[in-house]
Design a protein around this ligand. Structure first.
Ligand SMILES: [Cu+2]
Length: 281
């Protein structure tokens, strides 16, 4: 059974420690991430498959996909990583969750490529108002996909922090003043307009610049899939969401300019790309 350990005296004050048990899905020693399909971490997060940072590359020595492990998950304010990784056995890997549908012509599911128009999905915003994607036409957008209950500081909360950090420089630069931020929640069951609004206020979101959207779950999933977002939900627990991250720059005509994969983009990079787009147009 998972247990919450009391913080040791030598730990950092903002650090929390959890025991994680799970199975290695994949690892790549030069890369510092270990993808683990893990059990529920009581009091912290439901069972899911997630990439976790490993800070000592040696900790990956001797590990292989399929290995069963226990480890300590250290959660800091702005990060999380695995340590004390111990192999306890091994088991055949289950089939991977489906990636977004394979690109086929005219299915309407293809990954959007730069220059292609974003579908005009209809959403609901943090005020409960219907909001068609096309209503943003005329503004350059930076759009990402999140859910407010995401427990890992390096995933959705990082996207939130990056967007919050973008607000000021966007406001300060007259050339970028028209850029808008859009966070789309793929968890409409939890992320009602009221929940999104409260979440946004915590982030000190300026609603003239930053909009939170959600909508019909399947429609949001299909919309998000066009950007390469895949969302998996457990049948028995709606909070059990496994997802990846995509953040897109969309031009004022509603066409994709660029899609960032994962959590490694920085606000500085986005600002540079936005300025480049600005000078190219
Ligand atoms: Cu998340």
């Amino acid at each position: 059974m998972s247990a919450l350990f009391v913080l040791p005296a030598c730990g950092r004050s903002d650090e929390r420690r959890f025991t994680l048990t799970g199975q290695v899905e994949s690892l790549d020693p030069p890369v510092k991430n270990l993808v683990v399909k893990h059990d529920e971490i009581k009091g912290f997060m439901p069972a899911m498959t997630m990439p976790y940072e490993v800070r000592e590359p040696k900790a990956l020595d001797g590990l292989a996909p399929g290995d069963l492990i226990t480890a300590t998950l250290i959660v800091e304010t702005n990060g999380a990583y695995l340590t004390d990784i111990k192999k306890t056995g091994s088991a055949p890997l289950e089939k991977k969750p489906a990636e977004p549908p394979a690109p086929t012509a005219s299915s309407g599911f293809e990954l959007l490529k730069p220059g292609e128009a974003v579908p005009d999905n209809v959403f609901v915003d943090q005020d409960g108002k219907k909001r068609a994607f096309s209503s943003f036409k005329g503004s350059t957008l930076v759009m990402t996909f999140i859910y407010t209950k995401c427990p890992l500081p390096t995933f959705c909360p990082l996207m939130d922090r990056h967007f919050a950090a973008l607000q000021k420089p966007l406001k300060a630069d007259p050339a970028l003043a028209g850029v808008r931020l859009v966070s789309v929640s793929f968890d409409p069951a939890t992320d009602t307009p009221a929940v999104m609004k409260a979440h946004a206020k915590k982030l000190e979101a300026d609603f003239t610049r930053w909009t939170f959207l959600t909508g019909d779950r399947d429609e949001v999933d299909r919309f998000a899939a066009r950007f390469g977002v895949s969302v998996g939900r457990a049948l028995n627990d709606a909070r059990d969401i496994t997802h990846n991250l995509r953040t897109a720059i969309i031009d004022a005509d509603g066409k994709v300019v660029k899609v960032y994969t994962g959590n490694e983009w920085t606000p500085e990079q986005v600002l540079t790309d936005l300025k480049q787009l600005r000078s190219a147009s």
